[in-house]
Design a protein around this ligand. Structure first.
Ligand code: 13P
Ligand code: SF4
Length: 347
């Protein structure tokens, strides 16, 4: 037992010391991570961790670390029948929609300022006000909102999905700033809702200018949930996986990530030869999830930790995710025909 605990401390230290964790810090969490990992194997469970989780979750117990949508798709290919999704609730719901036959649990019922900004009833009211418009919802929404939308989209395919919608007018919900960013590059008339991400709306374009002055040659990456003024000033805008690919393929040495701190930790751990500069902002919802909550989900789950979606909502929400794939393909063909190719958010 002591030998496996020592091995666990060693494993954690190897992963976490580049992020400033001491051996004492690792000794403190090792009994919990060891118990979680043992139960996970006994129960044939897989632990998914979003890139905005804390390093102890990402590297201590996560089997896969990734972006919101990619993780749910990954779960469909994994043989495990139980999924523990370490992230905010709407992401667990998306995993359940894509894996209806599997058990999906969340360590905490954690909100999100975007997902919490709109309900299914509000989408129905919007539709009555704008009957001529098509409704596209960002993946950061609850299943009841996806169920009332024509199609869902992610930050990676929003442009393609919107361009392929049959309507000229699009209600883009709930992220106002992403909607405004979309409006700058899309041929459609975009109407927005008043939701924002409390993390990304908090970044200020002055900090981007300041970092450029202080670090010549720096590449600045931002999430399209930031303001259009800021997105216009960066080298790349895209979701968390897009940023990861950009850094992986870039020759540059210094980067600033205009996003949540978890991604900064992840890049520091995974790109040890690169330098990450500037500040980040914590998402209080993402940071609600603690190792003890993950342990509870495996050992003694509370009813609210299981994701259950009423059948009629699940059916319609899944249709909006399936429609996303069709529209993404069509949108790519439309953009290629126009000679535009994939439109970057930074255009
Ligand atoms: P991704 O879809 O890129 O994982 O981002 C999720 C999110 O919450 C952004 O703030
Ligand atoms: Fe929601 Fe923003 Fe937190 Fe992502 S970072 S979960 S969009 S509040």
């Amino acid at each position: 037992m002591q030998a496996s605990l020592d091995n666990e401390v060693q494993r954690l230290y190897h992963k976490l010391h580049p992020l400033g964790w001491s051996r004492d810090d690792c000794e403190l969490i090792a009994p919990t991570t060891l118990e979680i990992n043992t139960l996970k194997h006994q129960q044939n469970a897989v632990i998914l961790a979003h890139s905005y989780q804390t390093p102890d979750i990402m590297y201590g117990v996560g089997d896969y670390v990734g972006d919101s949508y990619g993780l749910s798709v990954q779960a469909t290919e994994h043989p495990a029948q139980k999924i523990i999704f370490c992230s905010v609730y709407f992401m667990g719901e998306t995993a359940k929609l894509l894996n209806p036959g599997k058990q999906v649990l969340v360590p905490r019922v954690a909100g999100c300022s975007l997902a919490d900004s709109i309900s299914g009833a509000q989408v129905r009211a919007l539709r009555r006000e704008h009957p001529q418009a098509g409704v596209v919802c960002y993946v950061n929404t609850y299943a009841e909102v996806k169920a009332e939308s024509d199609a869902c989209c992610t930050s990676a395919n929003a442009v393609e999905v919107v361009e392929a919608m049959p309507q000229d007018e699009i209600l883009f919900i709930p992220d106002r700033l992403m909607g405004l960013n979309l409006d700058k590059i899309s041929s459609k008339t975009i109407r927005t809702w008043d939701g924002t991400c409390i993390v990304h709306e908090g970044f200020n374009v002055d900090s981007v200018h300041d970092i450029r002055r202080r670090f010549p040659g720096v590449k600045i990456l931002a999430h399209p949930e930031c303001t259009p003024g800021l997105v216009a000033e960066v080298d790349y805008a895209g979701g968390t996986s897009g940023m990861l690919n950009y850094v992986r393929n870039s020759e540059a040495h210094t980067f600033m990530l205009v996003t949540e701190c978890g991604l900064t930790d992840r890049f520091k751990a995974e790109f040890r030869d690169k330098e990450i500069v500037g500040t980040c902002i914590l998402c209080p919802y993402m940071k609600e999830i603690q190792l003890d909550d993950v342990l509870k989900a495996l050992k003694d789950p509370a009813p609210e930790q299981f994701i259950e979606i009423p059948a009629d909502i699940a059916h319609r929400a899944r249709a909006s995710l399936d429609r996303m794939f069709e529209l993404e393909r069509e949108g790519r063909a439309i953009l290629a025909e126009r000679g535009t190719g994939a439109l970057p958010w930074t255009a």
